[in-house]
Design a protein around this ligand. Structure first.
Ligand code: DC
Length: 222
């Protein structure tokens, strides 16, 4: 029997990372944040002076970039031997990651790397295309979502706690709305509810409740 894979997609701020990390910890699975890889690419692209339209260049950069994860909670993320865990979490990098991720060349490189990482199973992974493209054969597929207001509030609080910028709530909300729209309407593998995926609403539910709801979807024998 192949090892368990739990794939979670959903819009920004739905709680995917928190829930996926909790599931990985409870179930002894590895955790893969695919968005962090797009963010690392965006950081490198921004340093190289690339624009959001530089799809070809960004795809080439992605091929050569050595992105890896280290220990820690959340796991650290590295480009070569540089720890970029904090730098990739700004709204600007999130925005550029979203823009660059619309380019099919970029997606091809990322998806290939992600599929290689989870090939042997034993993973919980999250992103925007993990249930539809990266791991469509996952035993558990979830579309985690909440209202824009709830997601923006959560993200705003998170950023305050991490000391990441002074962005106004209303501005953050607007940025998230724009990013969601782009992620949902892009031509190549848009964020969508995959066939066989379960929609889970995280609004108003404590993390533990969401985690338990997802655990209940694990087929018998795993
Ligand atoms: O989850 P996040 O906010 O860290 O993701 C940043 C952006 O990366 C997101 O807006 C779209 C892109 N992304 C993607 O296209 N596919 C994924 N599997 C994960 C993220």
């Amino acid at each position: 029997m192949s090892k368990l894979v739990i794939a979670i997609d959903g819009p920004a701020g739905a709680g995917k990372s928190t829930v996926a990390k909790a599931l990985a910890k409870d179930l002894g699975l590895c955790y893969l944040d695919t968005g962090a890889m797009y963010r690392a690419l965006a950081l490198a692209a921004s340093r190289a002076g690339m624009s959001p339209e530089s799809g070809e260049d960004a795809a080439q950069l992605a091929e050569s970039l050595e992105i890896s994860f280290g220990a820690g909670d959340p796991p650290s993320i590295w480009i070569g031997d540089e720890d970029v865990t904090t730098q990739i979490r700004t709204p600007e990098i999130g925005e550029l990651a979203s823009a660059l991720s619309t380019h099919p060349g970029v997606r091809r490189v990322m998806v290939k790397q992600q599929q290689a990482m989870v090939a042997d199973g034993g993973y919980t992974l999250e992103g925007r295309d993990v249930t539809t493209v990266v791991a469509p054969h996952a035993q558990v597929k979830v579309y985690l979502t909440a209202s824009l207001e709830e997601r923006a509030k959560r993200r705003h609080l998170e950023m305050e706690q991490k000391g990441l910028g002074e962005l106004e709530y209303s501005e953050l909300r607007k940025q998230m709305q724009t990013r969601d729209h782009r992620d949902i309407t892009r031509e190549d593998s848009p964020l969508a509810v995959a066939p066989g995926a379960t929609i889970v609403e995280s609004g108003g539910l404590p993390i533990e409740g969401v985690v338990n709801r997802i655990k209940a979807l694990i087929p018998p024998g795993y």
